[in-house]
Design a protein around this ligand. Sequence first.
Ligand code: ADP
Ligand code: MG
Length: 267
Amino acid sequence: MTTTSELRIEGLHASVAGSPILRGVDLVVRSGEVHAVMGPNGSGKSTLSHVLAGRPGYEVTAGSVALDGVDLLAMEPWERAQAGLFLALQYPIEVPGVQLIDVLEASFAAGGHDPSVVPALVGAEAERIGLDDRLLHRALNVDLSGGEKKRSETLQLAVLRPRIAVLDELDSGLDIDALRDCARRVEQASNDGLGVLAITHYSRLLDELRPDVVHIMVKGEIRESGGPDLATRLDVEGYAAWLPVGEEPTPEPAPDPYADPFADPLA
Ligand code: ADP
Ligand code: MG
């Protein structure tokens, strides 16, 4: 059975700590499509992923987000996951005391699926993605290298089989081999029908994960959308062509690898 899914973002405006960050984002991602959202640091790419996932503290001030016609913004984060949305974090969090297999079994059970199939699925995916199976029994992301964390995120995606995946800088902090393996696995998932919103700063991710559409986000807006050649142009010209004269990219806040991504940033 193949069903087609659609993530529809319309006129999305969002603020953090009272500052407007997203200023009218329109994007439609369908099953089997790969959309790349590229942009300079501080342009609001991670904010978009956090708003889609439902992180507290991100206030939607206008616009809508629907997954298969259902209002995503009215749902709790876990309901969004159950509806088929997956988010791979730019900085995966460490969860002491909880193993990857536990997380995936709990997700299966919560979604009404038989969790007893999880260990076999995880084993097969670990081999496919090149994740050492000793790491499967470590606490989630604890003491993993950047590349291992991203392989682990990709493995979770492959096992959970969401409808739409938002990947926030899958390429940050990983070596070229891990990048190739993760990007390839996501590309295969998209060929099997996954819709992908791949947020990235550099075009190297897109050597393996072939985008259908490339969007350039600057200052919380999509300033241009086009084919894969847009990413190539970006490689040559940088982001300068999309920044008006005198406009500087906003610096991105320094990452905190221990921060809880679902904590309220204002608390
Ligand atoms: P990108 O991922 O494109 O580098 P971000 O979405 O992380 O950009 O940040 C966009 C803007 O929002 C930046 O100016 C940043 O300082 C601001 N911002 C993001 N998160 C927070 C937060 N939790 N508190 C205050 N400002 C934030
Ligand atoms: Mg970011």
